[in-house]
Design a binder for this molecule. Structure first.
Ligand SMILES: CC(C)(COP(=O)(O)OP(=O)(O)OC[C@H]1O[C@@H](n2cnc3c(N)ncnc32)[C@H](O)[C@@H]1OP(=O)(O)O)[C@@H](O)C(=O)NCCC(=O)NCCS
Length: 153
């Protein structure tokens, strides 16, 4: 597996991975109606531009199997999604390690994220801390309960 910066050509695949990952793992933690709204709709130009400008993609056998990004102005991680068939194979850990290395290189000492309820144990295994609750409002207007988490690096 290797990780590289995304291009505009990776936008549609990244959008599909996001939808598949949410549908595979977030049910049971959120109401089905919330997940339907969160994963509905077509890919927007705003999403495509975000992929091209900020996303990193994890590649296995030439196929994109995971995504992630870090805002180097704030140290905030986002869009950590793994294709369901590749979950629990170390892709998510490798992506977070990669984003953490980018942060260190940029002189950032604390990284943060809003974790979905299902993913909090994953981030805790990687050294993130946080037990509270916050609300995340997606661009499609659905508000989801999340766990704000931080890691000192
Ligand atoms: C959460 C997610 C990114 C994790 O990626 P992954 O590639 O499956 O995780 P890894 O294989 O790298 O797991 C690393 C460690 O985290 C922990 N972990 C991972 N998934 C876990 C889970 N669902 N429950 C508990 N611990 C978990 C384990 O300790 C694991 O190590 P192990 O497999 O040796 O036990 C992925 O499952 C996903 O895309 N989920 C759905 C979308 C989502 O909620 N994304 C987060 C948005 S904030």
């Amino acid at each position: 597996m290797h990780i590289r910066k995304a291009t505009i050509d990776d936008a549609a695949t990244s959008f599909a991975i996001r939808r598949e990952a949410i549908r595979a793992q977030c049910h049971g933690h959120y109401a089905q109606r919330e997940l339907d709204v969160w994963t509905s709709g077509e890919m927007s130009h705003v999403f495509a531009r975000r992929v091209a400008e900020h996303f990193q993609v994890a590649i296995v056998d030439g196929q994109i199997v995971g995504t992630g990004m870090i805002d180097l102005a704030t140290g905030k991680l986002d869009a950590i999604f793994v294709l369901p068939a590749y979950m629990r194979c170390g892709v998510g850990r490798a992506m977070v390690d990669h984003l953490e290395a980018m942060a260190r290189e940029a002189g950032i000492r604390e990284i943060s994220l809003e974790s979905t309820l299902n993913a909090a144990p994953f981030y805790r295994a990687l050294g993130f801390e946080g037990e509270g609750r916050s609300s995340y409002t997606s661009s499609l207007g659905v508000t989801l309960t999340c766990v704000p988490m931080v890691k000192h690096i």
